[in-house]
Design a protein around this ligand. Structure first.
Ligand code: FAD
Length: 442
C-alpha cells in the first residue's frame, strides 16, 4: 500500500528544475520555406549541433515536437563526468582495448567541451565540480572497479580512486554501501538551466529554434530534404535527427532505421522539500553526486543550494503514475538515508533515455542526413559533445569519422523493431539479480 503522507502540499508532477528554467513552449507564427540545416529535436544534442553550425554561418532551423528542451535534457539528474559510464559491454564481452581507449579519450573531451561552453557563453547553471561517487552495492563490485582505475585515469583523466566503507560513510552520510569509487573529474549541474544557457547561445549565434512543431515526415527531394510539419513544409539542404529516446513510436514513423537501434526506457526522479539546515548537513556532506554499481541503479545529488535531495532511478519497468513512482523512490531513498523518513516530496517526474544494443552512443550519416543518439542514460556532457561533433562532421563535408562514436547506425536485432516489449520482463530480472547479489554477495 503506497504511503500518502510523503507528498508536500504543493506536490507537482513537473521537474523541479523547471523552477529555474521552464522549457519555452512558444510556437512559431510561420516557418521559413528553405534552410541550410533542419535539426529535428531541441535537446542538448540538437541545440549543441545548431550552435556550432550557426557560429560557422549556416542557416539553421531547430524544431521540437514539444517545448524547447522538454525531453530528457531538462529532466535529468544533472550529474556530469567524462567517460565513467562508457564501454560497459553487453553480456560482459570485452571491448577491444584500443577502441576503449579512444572512446574514453573522446568522452573526456566531452567533459572539457561542457566546461568550456559554460565559460565561453557565461552559462550560470549551479555547476559544482564536486566530484562523484560510484557506490558499491556489494563488496564484489570493488574488484570490478579496481580493474577499471588505470584505463579511466590514463585515457579519461578521471582522477578516480577506490575508497573503503568508512570513507564512503563519511562522504555519503549513509552506511548503505560497501565502499565506492571516488571520481574527481566530475560534478553536477542544474540541467534545465544548462539547457536554457545552451539554447540562448544557439539563438544568439543565429539559429532559429521553435517548439510545438512536430516533424511528421521527411523525404528526399532534389538538392536536399522536404520536412512536413503541422505548420507547413520546410526544405533543407541537410537534416539532423537529434530525437534520441523520443523518436517516433510508430513503426513507420519519421526515422524507422533510428527507432530500431534504440530501446527507449522511462526513468524517474523525485525532489524533496527543503530540509532543515541541520538535517541537510547529514546528507552528502561533501556534495558529491552518487550513482550505484548495481544493474538497476539509483542516483542522487543535492540541489545547487544544498537544501534538497534529488533522487532518481528506474522506479518501475511497468507504467505507473508519478505518485506511485514517487512512493517507490521515496522508499529507496529512506533505505539509504533513514533520517529522511519524514521528509516529503515536492516533485515527481519521468523522462526517457535511449539504450543501444552495444551500450554505446552513436553519430553518423551522410548524403545530407545525419543523426546523434543513444545516451545510455548518461548524456548531459555526452549528447552535448556528440551534437557538437556532428556539426563538425557536417562542416567537414559529411565524410570520414570525426571521433570514435562516429560509427553509423547502432546495431539492430532481427527480433527488435523499436517496440520494447521485453522491458518489463528484462527489468524485473535485473531487479531480481540485484536483490540476490545483495543478499548473497558473489
Ligand atoms: C530522469 C533522467 C535522469 C537522467 N540523469 C542523468 C544524469 O544525471 N547525467 C547525465 O549525464 N544524463 C542523465 N540523463 C540522460 C540525459 O538527460 C540525456 O542523455 C540527454 O538529455 C539527451 O539529450 P538529447 O538531446 O539527445 O535528447 P532529448 O533531450 O531527449 O531531446 C530529444 C528531443 O527530440 C524531440 N523530438 C522527437 N521527435 C520529434 C519530432 N518528430 N519532431 C520534433 N521534435 C521531436 C523531443 O520532443 C525531444 O525534446 C537522465 C535522463 C533522465 C530522463
Amino acid at each position: 500500500m503506497a504511503r500518502t503522507d510523503i507528498f508536500a502540499d504543493d506536490f507537482s508532477t513537473t521537474p523541479w528544475w523547471w523552477h529555474g528554467f521552464r522549457p519555452p513552449a512558444e510556437a512559431p507564427d510561420a516557418l521559413p520555406r528553405r534552410v541550410g540545416t533542419l535539426v529535428v529535436g531541441a535537446g542538448y544534442a540538437g541545440t549543441a549541433c545548431a550552435l556550432r553550425l550557426a557560429e560557422a554561418g549556416d542557416d539553421v532551423l531547430v524544431l521540437d515536437a514539444g517545448a524547447l528542451g522538454h525531453g530528457a535534457s531538462s529532466r535529468s539528474g544533472g550529474q556530469v563526468s567524462g567517460g565513467i559510464n562508457v564501454g560497459k559491454s553487453p553480456s560482459g564481452r570485452p571491448v577491444d582495448p584500443g577502441r576503449k581507449a579512444a572512446l574514453l579519450r573522446d568522452a573526456a573531451e566531452g567533459f572539457t567541451l561542457f566546461e568550456s561552453l559554460l565559460e565561453r557563453h557565461q552559462i550560470r547553471c549551479g555547476y559544482h565540480r564536486s566530484g562523484r561517487l560510484n557506490a558499491f552495492w556489494t563488496p564484489v563490485h570493488a574488484a570490478g572497479w579496481r580493474g577499471r582505475l588505470d584505463e579511466l585515469n590514463r585515457h579519461a583523466a578521471s582522477d578516480v580512486r577506490l575508497i573503503g566503507r568508512d570513507e564512503a560513510r563519511a562522504e555519503l552520510g549513509s552506511d548503505f554501501y560497501h565502499g565506492a569509487a571516488a571520481i574527481g573529474r566530475a560534478g553536477h549541474v542544474q540541467p534545465a538551466e544548462f539547457y536554457g544557457g545552451l539554447m540562448g547561445a544557439a539563438r544568439r549565434a543565429g539559429a532559429r529554434m521553435h517548439g510545438m512543431t512536430p516533424v511528421r515526415r521527411v523525404g528526399r527531394v532534389p538538392g536536399g530534404y522536404a520536412a512536413v510539419t503541422d505548420r507547413g513544409e520546410v526544405f533543407a539542404d541537410r537534416i539532423v535527427f537529434a530525437t534520441n529516446a523520443y523518436v517516433a513510436a510508430e513503426r513507420r514513423g519519421l526515422a524507422p532505421d533510428l527507432r530500431r537501434g534504440i530501446v527507449p526506457v522511462t526513468t524517474h526522479m523525485i525532489a524533496t522539500e527543503e530540509m532543515p539546515a541541520d538535517l541537510a548537513r547529514t546528507v552528502l556532506p561533501t556534495n558529491r553526486g552518487v550513482s550505484e554499481s548495481r544493474r538497476v541503479i539509483n542516483h542522487y545529488r543535492l540541489s545547487p543550494d544544498g537544501r534538497r535531495l534529488l533522487f532518481g532511478g528506474r522506479a518501475s519497468f511497468f507504467p505507473l503514475d508519478e505518485r506511485r513512482t514517487a512512493a517507490l523512490l521515496h522508499r529507496a531513498m529512506v533505505a539509504r538515508f533513514p533520517q529522511l523518513a519524514g521528509t516529503r516530496i515536492t516533485n515527481s517526474w519521468g523522462g526517457r533515455v535511449a539504450i543501444t544494443l552495444d551500450r554505446l552512443p552513436h553519430i553518423g550519416g551522410g548524403e545530407g542526413r545525419f543523426f546523434a543518439l543513444g545516451c545510455q542514460g548518461s548524456g548531459v556532457t555526452m549528447m552535448t559533445y556528440l551534437g557538437h561533433a556532428l556539426a563538425g562532421k557536417i562542416l567537414a563535408g559529411g565524410t570520414g569519422p570525426v571521433n570514435s562514436y562516429d560509427t553509423g547506425l547502432p546495431p539492430h536485432h532481427p527480433l527488435y523493431d523499436g517496440t520494447p516489449w521485453f522491458m518489463p520482463a528484462l527489468g524485473s530480472w535485473y531487479q531480481f539479480q540485484d536483490r540476490r547479489d545483495r543478499e548473497v554477495p558473489r
